[in-house]
Design a protein. Structure first.
Length: 302
């Protein structure tokens, strides 16, 4: 068997693949920790085996997760023409890696041929200078530099982020266009969504918009952002009681700010607000506290 035959035998997958942390965090932000773990394991099995069987029993065993977690990530592995399941992005990474390896092999073969074309030549016949692997930056070197340029391919293009309605809703709370958000900003947005999903795993874009609206209403002088919304997420919730009284107008208790006093949390939050701008749940809470205070002090003494 010739050396060329050895080179062109069926190659095994590389031992590793590039993991683009920022893109990955954005794509898995809506998922639970169990689903993320299942996703990573299935990606690894696909890489090693060049595909996954279209069988839920097999996938559950490989992923080591429950059916709900598998259902959350299964559509990330569409069926290919041969019936196997594959994540398209991972196959793109595989193709890029194999193309790079082929280019490097061709370069090495070219350099070897230039320096050792005559296997029987004496050392004196060697060229004064052979091409050095480090004499020119490789494709990997060029592409590893932010904004680097490959002379054969032109400027490197930034990866296109997969659109996600939930994280887009969170990114737009401050009025930004999600399509214009820069890469450095996505990290803080993804982190904010991860914090929200710890307490609200089934959060929806509509719920994010509702709580953002409450944030603006309650904290008019504050700047809203994804991290700020996550920080105050719990205080922006509307309890069930609010939904039951939402259509019932609650009259403003007379002199309620003085009765409750400056240390009351509702006075601190809403004491300077117009009564009509306060959400029904808080109106009901204020009215109840004023009623109890009046019962405890019928004389109305401060």
């Amino acid at each position: 068997m010739s050396s060329d035959d050895n080179i062109h035998r069926i190659r095994k997958p590389g031992p590793a693949y590039q993991h683009y942390a920022q893109d990955f965090l954005v794509s898995v932000a809506p998922l639970t920790a169990e689903a993320v773990g299942a996703y990573i394991r299935l990606l690894d099995y696909q890489w090693v085996n060049e595909g996954l069987q279209d069988d839920d029993k097999v996938l559950l065993a490989l992923a080591g997760c429950g059916r709900k977690a598998l259902a959350a990530v299964r559509d990330k592995f569409p069926k290919d023409s041969d019936g196997m399941l594959r994540n398209p992005r991972l196959e793109e990474v595989r193709a890029e890696q194999e193309a790079y390896r082929d280019r490097q092999a061709a370069k090495a073969k070219s350099r070897w041929g230039e320096c050792h074309g005559n296997a029987t030549a004496l050392p004196a016949h060697m060229p004064e200078r052979c091409p050095s692997p480090s004499s020119q930056p490789s494709d990997k070197d060029l592409l590893s530099v932010p904004g680097g340029t490959n002379p054969r391919k032109g400027p490197r293009k930034a990866p296109i982020r997969a659109r996600n309605e939930i994280i887009d809703a969170l990114a737009s709370v401050d009025g930004s266009d999600p399509a214009q958000v820069t890469g450095s900003a996505w990290g803080s947005i993804a982190k904010a969504l991860a914090e929200i999903k710890v307490v609200s795993p089934d959060v929806t874009p509509a719920e994010i918009e509702r709580r953002a609206a409450r944030y603006r209403q309650l904290h008019r002088d504050w700047t809203i952002s994804a991290p700020a919304l996550a920080k105050h997420w719990a205080s922006l919730a509307t309890p069930q009681a609010a939904a039951q009284t939402e259509q019932t107008e609650i009259s403003e208790p007379v002199d309620w700010v003085r009765i409750l006093g400056p240390d009351d949390e509702d006075v601190r939050m809403f004491g300077r607000n117009q009564w009509t701008t306060i959400l029904p749940f808080y109106k009901q809470r204020i009215a109840a506290k004023v009623s109890r205070a009046r019962q405890a002090n019928p004389e109305g003494k401060a």
